[in-house]
Design a protein around this ligand. Structure first.
Ligand code: FAD
Length: 316
């Protein structure tokens, strides 16, 4: 897979030209449909060690801060008179990126000896003593020594390793990007123009050098947790349904939500934990191995971190 996991893995192998690497991606181009992503210090150090710092910093609004900085401001917002109840300070704050920018940067650093095969959707793999045979939807087949399955939460590679699957958490998230310039004209002085904030279950932060405001508005029906999902995992939403879900919230929230032109709605899924992520010749990476709910903003960070750890351990 050519997500953040697969690409980081390919970049991390850049000093191993003796290994033939093939990266198979189902889409016809390497792209991301998600929007913003928070990168915490440990993940950042790894991205730095891969030589990506300069290019990634160029996409940040204020560069990368090294001191203790405001990461998130937490507000109670589900009422008209909202208030701040906590400010989280961390080393470096909480650098927030556009996913596509991280992915583009990784892509530029993928070593030349890694062959990228687009439009290759893995549908099945067969593991034997000394190889893995891959079958793709386009009819192609390939036998490899080792498969690193970084194919996301609905991993095909995972089918070869005992697991209890994934489930719907009962939470959905409306997501959208608001061009900051337009928003600033409409609502000068709005809190999000200055600081990133978490409002109860709405997460807001600037990305792409502050050109966009990334909004993720979570809503949960606890009774639906674990139930089968009877609609697409990602769908287009309407402004009306978003506003209905958050009616009665403080004005700044309503201003944000009503400024998302084309909201999408994502069903949040989780995965039952697995006893092992590896079999003889298959290793799972990222969401394929340990998909998690996004509330700590740590899924992609965990992918980057676990990959590097594995590679360094193997080297030793
Ligand atoms: C609303 C939301 C907000 C989030 N915010 C954050 C955050 O702030 N910080 C953070 O660290 N994490 C965050 N996450 C989690 C993060 O998005 C994931 O953990 C991360 O994208 C996982 O990367 P991955 O490479 O393992 O999988 P993916 O990103 O899913 O990539 C998998 C790739 O494999 C390809 N693929 C899939 N199946 C096949 C197949 N059969 N054959 C070939 N290719 C295939 C896909 O097309 C894709 O390119 C968030 C998640 C959500 C839902």
């Amino acid at each position: 897979g050519g997500g953040i996991g697969g690409l980081t893995c390919a970049v991390a192998l850049k000093d191993c030209p003796n290994i033939e690497i093939n990266l198979y991606e189902q889409a016809h181009q390497i792209t991301e449909i998600g929007a913003g992503i928070t990168v915490w210090p440990r993940t950042w150090e790894i991205l730095q060690s891969l030589g990506l710092e300069e290019e990634l910093v160029a996409t940040l609004q204020d560069g990368f801060r090294k001191d203790q900085s405001l990461g998130f401001e937490f507000r109670i917002s589900d009422r008209k008179d909202g208030f701040t109840f906590h400010k989280l300070f961390t080393k470096g704050g909480s650098p927030c990126f556009h996913r596509q920018e991280i992915q583009n940067t990784l892509l530029k650093h993928v070593p030349e000896f890694c062959h990228i095969h687009l439009s290759h959707r893995l549908i099945r793999c067969e593991e034997s003593e000394d190889s893995v045979k891959l079958y793709f939807k386009n009819g192609a087949e390939k036998t490899v020594d080792v498969l690193i399955a970084a194919d996301g939460i609905k991993s095909v590679g995972r089918e070869s390793i005992p697991n209890d699957g994934i489930f719907y958490t009962g939470t959905d998230a409306f997501r959208g990007l608001i061009p900051k310039e337009t928003f600033a004209q409409l609502y000068p002085g709005h809190r999000t123009l200055e600081d990133p904030i978490i409002v109860s279950h709405i997460v807001v932060y600037p990305i792409s050098r502050g050109r966009f405001i990334n909004v993720v508005a979570f809503f949960t029906s606890l009774e639906n947790e674990g139930k089968p999902l009877d609609r697409p995992e990602i769908r287009e939403a309407t402004k009306e349904e978003v506003l209905k879900e958050f009616s009665g919230w403080e004005d700044e929230v309503i201003q944000l939500l009503s400024s998302i032109e084309k909201p999408t709605c994502w069903a949040i899924r989780d995965q039952y934990s697995m006893k092992t992520y590896v079999s003889r010749r298959i290793a799972l990476l990222g969401d394929a191995a340990h998909a998690m709910r996004p509330h700590l903003g740590a899924g992609a960070g965990q992918v980057v971190y676990s990959k590097l750890n594995d590679i360094y351990t193997d080297d030793q």
